[in-house]
Design a protein around this ligand. Sequence first.
Ligand code: BGC
Length: 418
Amino acid sequence: MLRNVKWIIVVSVLAITFVANATAGEVEVLHWWTSGGEAAAVQELQKMLQNEGHTWRDFAVAGGAGANAMTALKSRAVSGNPPTAAQVKGPQIQEWAALGVLTNLDDVAQAENWDKLVPGVVADIMKYEGHWVAVPVNVHRINWLWCNPAVFQKAGAQYPKTWDEFFAACEKIQKAGLIPVGFGGQAWQEATAWESIVAGVGGTDFYKKTLIQADEQALASDTMVKALDIFKRIKPYTDRNAPGRDWNLATTMVIKGEAAMQFMGDWAKGEFTAAGKLPGKDYDALTVPGTADAFLFNVDSFIMFEVKDPAAKAAQKAMARLILSPDFQVAFNVSKGSIPVRAGIAETPFDAVAIASMKDFEATAKSGGLMPSMAHEMAVSPAVRGAMFDVITNFYNSDMSAADAAQKLADAVREAKM
Ligand code: BGC
C-alpha cells in the first residue's frame, strides 16, 4: 500500500514537472528601471517568473522617464522584432493597441478578477476598445519634495508649506554653504517640477485646465505666468552641475546631505530605501507647497506583444498574472517607492510615506484632487506633451520672460493639436 502511494507521488511529481517545463518560456522585457531602487524592484518580477520556470531576458534601456526606452522599442518594432513585453504608459498604450500588435489579456484579467481589483480610472487606461491590453504595476505620486532634515537643521531652516517659506528656507540653506535644491537639468525633470508647481500655484482646477485639457487660454493666463516665475526662481538655488544630471544622482545629493531638497516622484523613495535610509529619521517627504490636496499620479504598466510560440505565450501570461498578485504588489512597491495598484493590500510592511500616499490616493479620488501627470505621460497626447516640454526647457534654460513663455506654451500647444 505504502509503496503504491510512493509511486503515485513520484509519477505526479514527474507529471507536474513535465507540464511546468512544457510551458516554460522566455520573456524579453523592455524597461528603464536601472537605478538602485528601480533595479531592486524589477528583480522581484524576474525572481517570481524564474520561480515558475520561465526565463527572463532583460532589455533595460537607461534614461529617466523612459524616452530612450521608447526609442529603442520603436526601432525594434519597426524591424518586426518587438520584445515580448514592454514598459509603456498612458495614451501610448492606446497607440500601440491601435496598430493591432498587442496580446489580448482578457483571459488573465477574467481569471484574476482584474475588473474588481483595479480602480476604474486605471483600468480605462489599460484597456483598448474594452479589452485589457496592458497590466498596471503601481501608482506613483509626483508632487513630492524630498527633504534631508539634518541639512535643514544645520541651516536653521524650517520645512516649507508655502512658496514664501520655501524661498526663505532656500536662502538660509544657501547662506549656510549648502545646496538648497538637488536638481537634474533634463527636460523631463524640469517638467516634473513645473507640473507640481502649476498644481501648487494654480490649484487643482487650474492644473486640470492647463495640463489635462491643454486649454490655450489658461496656458497663457496670469496664473501660469506666476507658476512659471516660481519655477524659474528655483534655479539660483540649484548647483552649477545640475544641467544634464540624472535624477537618481540628484536624490543621492539629498541622501548624502549635500542638498536639502529634491522635487521628484516617489521613485526617489526607492533610492532612499536602497541606501538603507528611513523616512521620518533620515529623510522626509513633504507635498510640494500648495499641493497637499492634490495627488498627481502616474501608473507604470506593461504591454505584451503578440507572440506565436506557445511557451512564450505562457510566460507572457504568467508575467501578467504575477504583476497583479498580492506578493508581487508588496515586494515590488516597497522597493520602488510607489503604492499597490490593486485593492486589498495591507498597509504592513509599507512605510509611513507609502501609507500616507495610500490614504491620499483614496481621499483625492473622492475630492477631485487625483490628477494624471502630464510629465509622466498620463494626461495629454505625446504631441502636446512634447510641445510643453520644449517650451518649458527653453524657458528654464534661457532668459525668456515668464509672460513670453506662457504665450509660447499656448501657441505651441495649439499647433501640436492640429
Ligand atoms: C516612471 C518610474 C521611473 C521614473 C524614472 C517614471 O516615468 O513612471 O517608474 O522610476 O520615470 O525613470
